[in-house]
Design a protein around this ligand. Structure first.
Ligand SMILES: [Zn+2]
Length: 443
């Protein structure tokens, strides 16, 4: 295959998709679905567009295999988060190329994966690859707002269109240099979410006479306590595999601390002793603990009145195996009983897929063919993706959007000047094609 032509083709799709503004809200993913349907129709592939609500489009297409194996689902979301245009160097919806990078909202999250999967899908058809399993392509709405009009709705209302044994999704496939080693991760798990409102109470009164029992001050004390809290460590299977793999790869001083963490020992000290940067240590902390991050505050109605209640919204994330109930015990142990903790429904549990699978093995093998120095590790993603909706159908979901992050490109996800290196679009499309075509020919 002419891989530079494949790269240019995927870059073209990505640029076109970026020019279709799918900022969520309102989403308007239907326009992107119509674009994809046209591209597919040019090659005689029928696509179905399903609208969860006006404008909230989801697209599904299928290449039939012999049926010897169960389907493989290629999925990615079409919606993007809002931009602050004044802070961007180039038009966030221009799809412009400068100095080897394609700029635009969604360039990394996740119109890149949509474009790569689309190119892979089309090339499977063009090459008449003899598939042993169906390959399904889904480009869905609303991931950035929780998936109610996207993957969650598809799993609930159109499960028959997307049911599969395996899925390839966002959340992994990235390589970066850690202490001189080229480390790639494949997402095999992700944390759950249990957002809550934290309420503090106090005696109302006139602000001209200060009092210690003030709801605002009580809330401030609770938040300070929360900020300093040390919650217990929870080492999931995925996290243990990741930490052991990283220890083996890095060796030296880092290995001892990483192995302690893998065994659930000495959390704070082991983390502090890791010769890694602050960002990486923060990530490891989040991988190993339930976390609670206050993000919104609300109290009072008038400046001269002491209110009786003050509240904070807290974004909390749970390691696999944890629930809102188990986390409530941890919160009570830190905060005591005097505060009200009200979880927002629904809360979600963390998920894990088995890293011992033929698809996972294919991903590792292909990555190493293209990057012989690659060290590939299973990863517990500390945020949430659409994987949690699709796993409800019994699908094993892996996050795999292959690229190598040379210079902190991934830090621009949801930020300003989001961009992707053109070489990475080519790298990702090529590896994905090889993984999908090899895997889908086996049952
Ligand atoms: Zn995102």
């Amino acid at each position: 295959m002419n891989w530079s032509a494949v790269r240019d083709e995927a870059v073209g799709y990505l640029s076109d998709l970026i020019r279709i503004n799918t900022t969520n809200p309102p989403g308007n993913e239907i326009s992107a679905c119509q674009y994809l349907a046209q591209v597919l129709a040019r090659e005689d592939i029928a696509a179905t567009i399903l609208e969860a609500a006006p404008g909230r489009g989801n697209l599904v297409a299928r290449l039939r295999g012999s049926g010897r194996g169960a389907p493989l689902l290629l999925m990615a979301h079409l919606d993007v988060v809002p931009v602050e245009p004044a802070r961007w160097k180039y038009d966030p919806f221009g799809g412009e190329i400068h100095d080897g990078f394609l700029y635009g909202r969604g360039a990394l999250d996740t119109k890149d994966l949509v474009a790569m999967e689309l190119a892979v899908f089309l090339w499977l058809k063009r090459n008449q690859v003899p598939l042993a399993r169906d390959v399904i392509f889904m480009a869905n709405a609303d991931e950035e707002a929780g998936g109610r009009f996207g993957a969650a709705w598809m799993a609930l209302e159109h499960a028959d269109l997307i049911r599969a044994e395996y899925a390839i999704n966002e959340g992994g496939g990235f390589g970066s240099t850690i202490l001189g080693k080229r480390i790639y991760t494949i997402q095999t798990g992700e944390k759950g979410a249990a957002r809550f409102t934290l309420r503090a109470f106090g005696r109302p009164g006139h602000a001209s006479i200060p009092q210690r029992d003030n709801a605002v001050l009580n809330l401030a004390r609770a938040l300070d306590t929360l900020g300093r809290a040390e919650f217990p460590m929870h080492v999931s299977v995925t996290a243990r595999n990741y930490l052991e793999g990283l220890a083996n790869a890095l060796g030296g001083a880092a290995a001892a601390s990483l192995r302690q963490l893998a065994e659930g020992k000495n959390g704070k000290r082991a983390l502090a002793h890791l010769p890694l940067d602050e960002g990486m240590r923060g990530l490891l902390y989040a991988m190993l603990h339930n976390t609670a991050t206050p993000t919104k505050l609300n109290a009072g109605s008038k400046i001269n009145v002491i209110p009786s209640v003050a509240e904070a919204q807290v974004d909390a994330r749970l390691t696999p195996g944890q629930t809102a109930e188990t986390f409530l015990h941890e919160l009570r142990a830190v905060l005591g009983e005097e505060y009200e903790i009200e979880f927002h429904q629904p809360t979600t549990r963390g998920i894990e897929a088995d890293p011992q699978s033929p698809l996972y093995d294919t991903m590792v093998r292909v990555l190493k063919q293209h990057d012989p120095a690659a060290i590939v590790l299973p990863d517990l993603v500390v945020g949430a993706t659409d994987a949690r909706h699709i796993t409800k159908l019994g699908v094993k979901v892996y996050g795999f959007c292959p690229m190598f992050d040379e210079a902190g490109e991934m830090e621009r996800v949801h930020g300003d000047d989001e961009r992707i290196r053109l070489e990475n679009v080519g790298f990702g499309a090529r590896i994905l094609y090889q993984v999908v075509s090899e895997f889908a020919q086996t049952a």
